[in-house]
Design a binder for this molecule. Sequence first.
Ligand code: IPD
Ligand code: CA
Ligand code: CA
Length: 271
Amino acid sequence: MDLSDDTLAGMEQVARDAGALLLRYFRRPLAVSYKGVANLITEADTASEHLIRERLAPIVPDAAFLGEESGGELSLSGMSWVVDPLDGTTNFAHGFPWFSVSIALVEHGVPVRGVVYHPVLDELYAATAEAGAFRNGVPISVSTTGSLVDALLTTGFYYHKGGELARQIALFERAHQRVQTIRRPGSAALDLAYVAAGHFEAFWEQGLSPWDVAAGYLLVQEAGGRVSDYAGRPVRIGEGETLASNGYLHDEMVVLLRGVRGSTSPAAPSL
Ligand code: IPD
Ligand code: CA
Ligand code: CA
């Protein structure tokens, strides 16, 4: 489908408006409920998704809608909006100023336009397939760091705290031995945007949903980086494992992640 040049501009405006709405709720008394143990939803998540859904509809009227809070589905035969109205809800609910709005337009399951907005810093990350990635209109690119020992990595742990958590912590420890250091900021969409902009060399997390990653994958790819599963294979949005990097460190990251992919996986060779 041919998209007009205004499509991205429209998405950017919607993300900015949703971000402004979030700031009106931020650090004020907030109605909070739980989707699961430790998995919060606030009135700001719901209000943001409502605004985004309403405002996106006229931009590409035929597109399906998949949003974290209202559900829906991803059309594999056409266009879909894939929306996280507030990525970093736990941070938001605690007044920690690291959260974002993520909006992607996805065609046949592949992101073709993406925006991630960080309202507190007023940073708008935007990408169009095959046309590059930008922050507030200025082109961005991944870092050129080629050695793990100089790398700043970022990761996340998903809400489920079952047996998987031990494996994730083991991986964190293993990675930490080899790199400069690791952050866990709490917004996967921003983790990806910050890989795209060259601030992090790589990001990994498992269990992410399409709305967490759709815009971010496009940002990383358009900024010259690479996105795959932990084994380095191509990955579709929301397919379980995310490894995003500046490209230079991707193969080394795959080796690093290999040792803890499953109890039957062989131990990774030393790097
Ligand atoms: C979460 C954030 C977090 C990641 C979780 C996500 P939410 O999204 O992106 O960084 O570690 O896996 O679910 O719930 O704040 O939209
Ligand atoms: Ca999210
Ligand atoms: Ca969310």
